[in-house]
Design a protein. Sequence first.
Length: 293
Amino acid sequence: MTRAPSAIALAAILALALTACEEQAPLTHRPPEPVATQLPEDAPVVDEVTSIAVVGDSITLGVHACPGEDVCASGSWATGDDPRVGSLRDRARAQNPGVTVEAFARSGARMSAAAAAGPQLVDADPGLAIVLLGANDACARRVEGMTSPEDFRAQLTTLLEALATAPGRPYVLVMSVPDLQLVWEALHDENGALKAWAANPSCQSLFADAGSTTADAVERRAQVADRVDAFNAIIGEVCGATPRCATDGGALHAHAFTRDEISPIDYFHPSLLGQTTISQLVWTALAAVPVEP
């Protein structure tokens, strides 16, 4: 295994993603805590690698997953140690005790930042790379600030080409972009959510005038949903043309996060239960990654 940069060094290269809202809404609802997760069937690809790198944003960090914590590292779907979550780290170690899992994530990462960090990720020499990005490419201060499909394609292509040509030829799993519109649909009739969304300028492309059903508001939200759909189509196309790359088949995007799976702190990030759901979806997708002989 070649030299690996520190998580701090790589995280510094990744740009900021979904920033936490400056004013927290009152906790009108506290989601139920997940029960201890029973680990599912093995993922064959995990037996073929000694290290896993996760490229992500604030979702991967566990931002607002736990009440009273801005960043809940123990509740991260990727590297958390809370047994109720059943993180990727815990699932992978249960199957292959020698494997390491490292998250290269920072609040705010867009696909552009991951593409720029490709050489550093290659230097880390993971046997498997998992990418969960794209929400911030659609979640912008205004609709015009969303990443264009053309740029998203170019950035994802740059990242996957860097990994495909790396000496270790890592397996790659690219998760689909969550359906942000479903978050609005689940919570737009709650006063706490409306207050939190209004106080957070980072995702006004979706959450501006969140209580409005005017034609303009409906059309703006539809543009965000269409852009996410475009991103997911690009993920399928670019990954499909890349050796040793697989996707989740749109499973994360198809999952309608319930009220209990969304943080009551900012009404956007996954709660601890939501982090558990993401871990399960990632593990299921890994189980389907074909292993080359």
